[in-house]
Ligand binder design. Structure first.
Ligand code: GDP
Ligand code: MG
Length: 175
């Protein structure tokens, strides 16, 4: 970890996955915000990196704000010195789940060490009627990659604590 003064360590957690899966909403939720109804509208108030303090330690959440639009050097900057990774898919969109192996490989390609803690998050669990990926199916992929699986919703207010717990699980692995 980097040191910004003698006591405080800064942990960098990156949130990745296809566009529209809810990366910005999840990150925003965890950082104490309400659900973002229209994340696109927040481009001016850019949410790309946000710091939360947990027991005097700083956790920086890096959201991919259209990372694919950045130059290669920007992407490298994004993956540099990562302490933990959150892979997100949308439970109502099969293609976002099928992309997960690509995202996992992308991490490896950018030299993110296999020892870096990672988790898989199925988002939009409030949309049960249109769910396309069952928990058991998601669990099989998670097991393949040895990733803990969480299913949640950035939108459902009653899931706020669960979202916090998910990120905290990672934060505590870093201590
Ligand atoms: P990103 O591109 O991965 O950062 O996705 P966003 O956070 O911008 O969210 C994409 C869209 O999905 C937005 O319209 C959000 O309002 C919506 N969204 C995000 N999370 C949830 C969720 O848990 N449930 C529902 N129903 N919609 C969500
Ligand atoms: Mg986003």
């Amino acid at each position: 970890p980097e040191y910004d003064c003698l006591q405080t360590r800064i942990f960098k957690i990156i949130v990745i996955g296809d566009s529209n899966v809810g990366k910005t909403c999840l990150s925003y939720r965890f950082c104490g915000g309400k659900f973002l109804q229209n994340p696109e509208a927040t481009i001016g108030v850019d949410f790309r990196e946000r710091t939360v303090e947990i027991d005097g330690e700083k956790i920086k959440i890096w959201d991919t704000a259209g990372q694919e639009r950045f130059r290669k050097s920007m992407v490298e900057h994004y993956y540099r010195n990562v302490h933990a990774v959150v892979f997100v898919y949308d439970i109502t969109k099969l293609s976002t789940f099928e992309s997960l192996p690509d995202w996992i490989e992308e991490c490896a390609r950018h030299s993110v060490s296999p020892s870096v803690p990672r988790i898989m998050v199925g988002n939009k669990c409030d949309l049960t009627d249109t769910c396309q990926i069952s928990t058991s199916c998601a669990q099989r992929l998670a097991d393949n990659y040895h990733l803990p699986l969480f299913e949640t919703s950035a939108k459902d207010p009653s899931e706020k604590e669960h979202v916090d717990a998910i990120f905290m699980t990672l934060a505590y692995k870093l201590k």
